[in-house]
Write a protein that binds this ligand. Structure first.
Ligand code: 8YV
Length: 313
């Protein structure tokens, strides 16, 4: 039997690549010197695109594959996939929800602690011998503080559970209040930020949430407030954030996501009040194995005519 042909936008870990190669003829777009020419050469019988959250699949890319049936995304966020093109062309889309929820929530808490307690700075303080000359300056407490969560989906709720364990007071904002969430609801991110001492952003990316965290929200968060972004770089007005950080209009930020990854704005690199993380919220071996398996299981379901495990509506 001939193997179904798939196009891969970016690499997966070796355990997935081996499993994919055993089942499919997988064209590695990222390896091509001339990607366009390569696509022209291999596109005729490609039935699936396997991509990653941050790489997505544009309408321009999907259009190149006349027999495209499915786009399977390694990641929960589908903001980089043109869902309306997929829908109107009968192309199915799957993602990897649930399996990464706990790791991303862990990272949100880790960045909150690292930023407030200045863990990277403390590490440097010990390593560079500063400790011998005197004690580190005092930092900010996390336990018992007011934590505002922007986006109360699966990951937002997992963050709320964890923050409750630190005796934090929780409130949130989202498109509409969630019937099954008992925490206090604010209508806007600015009202939430005004109340919160920590603002954790975990809302989906895309046009609808672009620059949701703008200069007004940051000034509502205020000079003692700390921003954590584990959603997408697009949800925060980065120019406003840099300005607020440089002028002490907020106390600090813990950031896993940026506008221009991986070549982030160099102004971040010299700021003393940020903790920077390389878009790696789901980057544990355990979760990445589960994500890869879910991508492969969705593809297998599709090619054997079974129901998809995690279709994107
Ligand atoms: C992953 C992500 O980090 O799950 C998501 O939405 O944030 C993703 O960008 C990425 O897909 C792993 O390559």
């Amino acid at each position: 039997m001939t193997k179904p042909e798939i196009a891969m936008v970016g690499a997966y870990p070796v355990w997935d690549m081996d499993a994919i190669d055993a089942t499919y003829t997988a064209y590695r777009l990222w390896e091509a010197v001339d990607r366009d020419a390569f696509i022209d050469r291999i596109n005729a019988n490609v039935r699936a695109i396997a991509t990653r959250g941050e790489l997505g699949a544009s309408a321009d890319l999907m259009r190149r594959f006349p027999k495209l049936e499915i786009v399977s995304c390694y990641g929960v966020g589908t903001d980089a996939i043109d869902l309306s093109y997929a829908r109107t062309h009968g192309i199915k889309v799957t993602n990897t929800p649930d399996v990464l929820t706990n790791d991303v929530a862990d990272l949100g808490i880790a960045l909150m602690l690292a930023t407030a307690r200045q863990i990277p700075q403390a590490d440097r303080f010990v390593r560079d011998g500063s400790w011998a000359k005197g004690n580190m300056s005092l930092v900010t407490r996390v336990c018992g503080k007011k934590v505002g969560i922007v986006g109360m989906g699966r990951i937002g709720q997992a963050i709320a559970r964890r923050a409750s364990g630190f005796d934090c007071e929780i409130a949130y904002t989202s498109r509409t209040p969630k019937a099954d969430v008992a925490h206090r609801y604010f209508d806007t991110a600015a009202l939430l930020a005004d109340w919160a001492e920590f603002l954790i952003v975990i809302v989906s990316g895309g046009e609808g949430t672009k620059d949701l965290i703008d200069a007004e929200v940051l000034s509502a968060l205020g000079p003692d407030g700390i921003l954590i972004n584990i959603s997408r770089g697009t949800t925060v007005d980065e120019a406003a954030l840099l300005d607020a950080l440089e002028h002490g209009r907020i106390r600090g930020a813990g950031l896993d996501v940026f506008r221009n990854e991986p070549k982030i704005d160099a102004r971040f690199l010299t700021l003393p009040n940020v903790v920077l993380h390389p878009h790696h919220g789901s980057g544990t071996v355990e979760t990445r194995q589960a994500m890869g398996k879910l991508v492969r299981d969705n593809l297998a379901a599709h090619f054997s005519g079974k129901e998809l495990l995690t279709p994107v509506a």
